[in-house]
Design a binder for this molecule. Structure first.
Ligand code: ADP
Ligand code: MG
Length: 507
């Protein structure tokens, strides 16, 4: 026997119970009332005419014939409001997923699982359906959930509180502060899932965004609204590079999402890599590796939603996600738990559906921009690993960090020859582009001759281009390497780059 569902009255206070048609009719009615008011002004008359409500009674009659009257609209809406609310009951828990009989929900709805002693409740999200059961993924530990616990739907998806008060704050994966600096005053709520800006209404990426790191600003210039990946194994300097960029960038605001890091790494990042000045204009969203998979996944959406809020305020936002690989792994855990079949290397199809949906949300909007920097783990330098491969296809460029370069204590360990910023030609001057091309040429020439040079088999004068590369190598390396505490402005980088390694004939 399925447990009998509990019946409670619906909370009637919920906002806007009217359909858009009723809302419009109410607005029209209000406009008409204004028209009839004695202090009626010309401006209001214009307004009513615009709304299609003409004072001419014949015309009004016509209007009534074509459109349902307000009473009918109210009646339709009233019929749609459920007067009773049916709660669900937990019937089974397998692994990460709780199954309940009812309530009436849709995918993405936020529910509360109420503990039987009524002490507190656990938030859970509807992630699927199996036969007549609802599959719920908890946003916390399932410890105290038992059979028969009530499941109450909130009938709305998860959202995150946003506002200027977020600056300088450290949040958990759902946007709650975890830094002991008190509660955050929300100016608005943004949904965790948003649709990306309309492709045709996005601004073009045509203005450079400086990150204060020479190898990036000079060789792989980023543009406002661009999305780029940093591909690297662990311990190659991803977090350090992100910290430098956060501190030195000319973006208005940084939103930094740390997903699946160890607790120790988080503190190191905040105190060592980001520092106090970096934190001041940043918002950090953190979901450490011990958090449930759903929280780790949501934290990426939370950070993106916060970035969207600041973008809508007209700000240039730098959104950094470290790492998107761990977001994909969290989605894989969820997919496998609800019975999705594993496809490529254990990753379920939903991972490859989620990635573009998440990454497309960054970019330029109609006002403001989100420049996205996403780190991708490529362990064993396998660039064709499915997540790396998918992400590379979505983004407008990639920066590859090389373990070989880091091993020589050369930082940032960017492998310039393997990296590309696809929008760079639209961002910098012709001279800048030529100079960057020259540096690439030098690095490629040296890479070819490196083995010969190292074993002493290369004789000066044998090849004019190799001679040129060897002559300027140290100068170029000095430009590409940068200490963590060094900040170079875009203008300085540009100036230094133009003077770097001129070709022999142009000397
Ligand atoms: N710019 C740098 N200058 C000097 N050392 C660096 C630099 N970047 C990284 N390192 C060294 O590499 C180590 C790992 O860097 P980290 O940024 O934590 O890597 P990841 O985030 O890729 O695991 C650091 O502890 C530091 O010793
Ligand atoms: Mg790191």
């Amino acid at each position: 026997m399925p447990p009998k569902n509990k019946v409670v009255r619906k909370n009637r206070k919920s906002k806007s119970v009217y359909t858009p048609a009723t809302e419009e009719a109410i607005a029209n009615l209000e406009a008409q009332e204004n028209l009839n008011a004695p202090e009626n002004s010309d401006a209001q008359e214009d307004l009513t005419e615009e709304a299609g409500l003409l004072v001419d009674p014949e015309k009004n009659l016509e209007l009534e014939k074509n459109e349902p009257n307000l009473f009918q609209l109210f009646a339709t809406d009233l019929l749609q409001i459920p007067l009773v609310k049916v709660n669900g009951k937990i019937v089974q828990v397998v692994g990460l997923v709780a199954e309940s009989q009812g309530p009436d929900v849709k995918i993405g709805d936020l529910c509360h699982i109420c503990f039987r002693d009524g002490s507190h409740e656990l938030n859970a999200e509807v992630v699927g359906f199996r036969e007549d059961r609802v599959l719920l993924m908890p946003l916390g530990a399932l410890q105290e959930v038992g059979p028969g616990c009530d499941v109450v739907s909130t009938n709305r998806p998860l959202s995150v509180p946003v506002g200027n008060a977020l600056l300088g704050r450290v949040l958990d994966g759902l946007g709650n502060p975890i830094d002991d600096k008190g509660p955050i005053e929300a100016e608005d709520f943004y949904p965790l899932y948003a649709t990306p800006p309309h492709p045709l209404r996005r601004k073009m990426v045509d203005t450079p965004l400086s990150v204060g790191v020479r190898v990036v600003d000079g060789m792989l210039t980023l543009g406002k609204g661009q999305r780029i990946g940093i591909f690297a194994g662990s311990g190659v300097g991803k977090s350090t590079l992100l910290g430098m960029m956060a501190r030195y960038t000319t973006a208005d605001i940084n939103v930094i999402s740390l997903v699946g890091e160890r607790g120790r790494e988080v503190r190191e990042f905040i105190e060592r890599d980001l520092g106090e000045e970096g934190l001041k204009r940043s918002v950090l969203v953190i979901a450490t590796s011990d958090q449930p998979a759903l929280i780790r996944l949501k934290s990426a959406m939370t950070a993106t939603a916060i970035a969207e809020y600041f973008r809508d305020q007209g700000k240039d936002v730098l959104l950094m996600m470290d790492t998107v690989t761990r977001v994909a792994r969290a989605q894989r855990e969820i997919g496998l738990a609800i019975g999705e079949p594993p496809a490529t290397r254990g990753y379920t199809p939903s991972v490859f559906e989620m990635l573009p949906r998440l990454l497309e949300r960054a970019g330029a909007g109609e006002t403001g921009s989100i420049t996205g920097i996403y780190t991708v783990l490529v362990d064993g330098d396998d660039m064709n690993e499915p997540v790396a491969d998918t992400v590379r296809g979505i983004l407008d460029g990639h920066i590859v960090l090389s373990r070989r370069i880091a091993a020589r204590n050369f930082y940032p360990a960017v492998s310039v020859l393997d990296s590309v910023s696809r929008v760079m030609p639209a961002l910098v001057s012709r001279e800048h582009l030529d100079a960057a091309g020259r540096v690439r040429d030098l690095l490629a020439t040296y890479a070819e001759a490196e083995d010969l040079v190292n074993i002493g088999a290369y004789k000066a004068g044998a090849n004019i281009k190799v001679d040129w590369a060897l002559e300027h190598l140290e100068e170029v390396r000095g430009f590409l390497s940068q200490r963590v505490e060094d900040h170079t402005t875009f203008e300085d980088t540009d100036k230094r780059l133009l003077e770097l390694a001129p070709y022999p004939e142009s000397k």
